[in-house]
Design a protein around this ligand. Structure first.
Ligand code: NAD
Ligand code: UDP
Ligand code: UDP
Length: 358
C-alpha cells in the first residue's frame, strides 16, 4: 500500500479519469464490480463501445458469463472471478462498484454475507460494534485511494426505507427499520454511503453516489423474485401473476439504458451526489400487472399472496437534482421498455435452455 500509483491508460494520478478540455479523449481503464450482472453488463457494453478498457470483477453469485460473453476475445475486456470481500490489487482510473446481491430473494438468503459484501469490511466477524464497522474500509475504496481512481457507489432507493416523504428527495434521511429482514440490504447500503463519504472527506478519494430506483430490462435474472421479472416470466409461462399484499403499493420503474446513461454522466460529472436515478412514472403493483397483461397476455390471471415484511408502501424519485446537475432524465417509459425485456425473456425461457446458471 502507498507507493503504487494509478498509471491507468490516459490519465494521471488523482485525475479520476477527467479529461482536460481540448485534449483528445483516450480510453480509460475502468473496473466494474458486479459487471456480469444485469445492470453491470449493460454498463460494460457502453464503456467498451466508447473505447474504454474494462475489467469486470464478479463472483457469479447472481451474475452470468452469458451477459458479457460477447466481449470475450476483445483485448480491451477482462473478466476476473473474484469476491469483493477479499482485497484486490489493480491499476485503474475509475471504479464502478455494483457488486452485491440485489434482489430480496438473494439478499435475504444470507443476510450477514449481504451486509459484508455491500460494505466489504475486512475481519467483520471479529468486530463487535458498528463503530468499528464504519471505521473499517471498503476494499474498493482502499483501491481507489491507492491508485487515485474515481469511485462510484451504486446505492439504492432502499436507503429511504418505507418513506414518509413522497416523492423522495436526496435530502430525506429515510425511515428504515434497523432490525428487520430487509435491514441487511438497507443498512448495508447506508453504511456503504457512509464509508464512501468518509473516504472522500478523510482521504480525498473522488467519489460519486447514485441512489438507484427499481430498474428492469433485458438480462435481468429470470427467477430472482423481483416484481417485473416475476410478472413477465409468469405471464410468458402462462402462470398467474403473483401480487403481494393488496397490490396498492407503488414503485417507479426505470429502463436499464436510462440508468446506465445516468451512471456514466454521474461518473464523468463534477458532483459527488447522492443523486436519485430513477423514472418518476409511478405504478401500483396491480397497474404493473395490467401493463404486463396488455404486453404479453390479456388473459393472464392475478393471484394474491401475503406480502413480505417491511414492504415499502410507496416509492417515487424526485429527480430534480439529477436533471439540474447531470442534465439527465429517463427517456423510456414502462410501456416502451417492457416489450424489449419481454423479447429477451421469451428467448431465454423458450429458446435457450442454458438459462438459470446463476
Ligand atoms: P445483479 O444481481 O444482476 O448484479 C450484481 C452482480 O454482483 C452479480 O453479477 C453478482 O454475481 C455480483 N456480486 C454479488 N456479490 C459479489 C461479491 N461479493 N463479489 C463480486 N461480485 C459480486 O443486480 P443488479 O440489478 O445488476 O444490481 C447492480 C447494483 O445496482 C447493485 O449494487 C444493486 O444493489 C444496485 N441496485 C439495483 C437496482 C435494480 O432495480 N436493479 C435498484 C437499486 C440498486
Ligand atoms: N485494498 C485493496 N486494494 C488496493 C488497496 C487496498 O483491496 O489496491 C484494501 C486493503 O486490503 C484494505 C482496504 O482496501 O483492507 C482499505 O484500504 P486502506 O488503504 O484505506 O486501509 P488500510 O489498508 O490502511 O487499513
Ligand atoms: N411484488 C409482488 N409480486 C411479486 C414480487 C414482488 O407484488 O411477485 C411486490 C413487492 O411486494 C413489492 C414490489 O412488488 O411491493 C416490488 O418488489 P421488488 O422485490 O421487485 O423490489 P423492491 O421491494 O426491492 O422495491
Amino acid at each position: 500500500n502507498g507507493h503504487a500509483t494509478g498509471f491507468g491508460i490516459g490519465s494521471s494520478v488523482n485525475s479520476g479519469g477527467k479529461i482536460p478540455l481540448g485534449l483528445k479523449r483516450k480510453g480509460l481503464r475502468i473496473v466494474v464490480t458486479g459487471g456480469a450482472g444485469f445492470v453491470g453488463s449493460h454498463l460494460v457494453d457502453r464503456l467498451i463501445s466508447r473505447g474504454d478498457s474494462v475489467i469486470v470483477v464478479d463472483n457469479f453469485f447472481t451474475g452470468r458469463k452469458e451477459n458479457v460473453m460477447h466481449h470475450f476475445g476483445n483485448p480491451r475486456f477482462e473478466l476476473i472471478r473474484h469476491d469483493v470481500v477479499e482485497p484486490l490489487l489493480l491499476e485503474v482510473d475509475q471504479i464502478y462498484h455494483l457488486a452485491c446481491p440485489a434482489s430480496p430473494v438473494h439478499y435475504k438468503h444470507n443476510p450477514v454475507k449481504t451486509i459484508i459484501s455491500f460494505t466489504p469490511i475486512i475481519n467483520f466477524p471479529n468486530l463487535p460494534q458498528f463503530f468499528f464497522i464504519i471505521s473499517r474500509t471498503l476494499n474498493m475504496l482502499g483501491l481507489a485511494k491507492r491508485v487515485g481512481a474515481r469511485f462510484l457507489l451504486t446505492s439504492t432507493s432502499e436507503v429511504y426505507g418505507d418513506p414518509l416523504q413522497h416523492p423522495q428527495v436526496e435530502t430525506y434521511w429515510g425511515n428504515v427499520n434497523p432490525i428487520g429482514v430487509r435491514s441487511c440490504y438497507d443498512e448495508g447500503k447506508r453504511t456503504a454511503e457512509t464509508l464512501t463519504m468518509d473516504y472522500h472527506r478523510g482521504a480525498g478519494v473522488q467519489v460519486r453516489i447514485a441512489r438507484i430506483f427499481n430498474t428492469y430490462g433485458p438480462r435481468m435474472c429470470i427467477d430472482d423474485g423481483r416484481v417485473v421479472s416475476n410478472f413477465v416470466a409468469q405471464a410468458l409461462r402462462k402462470e398467474p401473476l403473483t401480487v403481494y399484499g393488496d397490490g396498492k403499493q407503488t414503485r417507479s420503474f426505470q429502463y436499464v439504458s436510462d440508468l446506465v446513461e445516468g451512471l456514466m454522466r454521474l461518473m464523468e460529472g463534477e458532483h459527488v451526489g447522492p443523486f436519485n436515478l430513477g423514472n418518476p412514472g409511478e405504478f401500483t403493483m396491480l397497474e404493473l400487472a395490467q401493463v404486463v397483461q396488455e404486453t404479453i397476455d390479456a388473459n393472464a390471471k392475478i393471484e394474491f399472496r401475503p406480502n413480505t415484511e417491511d414492504d415499502p408502501h410507496k416509492r417515487k424519485p424526485d429527480i430534480s437534482k439529477a436533471k439540474e446537475f447531470l442534465g439527465w432524465e429517463p427517456k423510456v417509459p414502462l410501456r416502451k421498455g417492457l416489450p424489449m425485456m419481454v423479447s429477451d425473456f421469451r428467448q431465454r425461457i423458450f429458446g435457450d435452455h442454458k438459462e438459470n446458471a446463476a
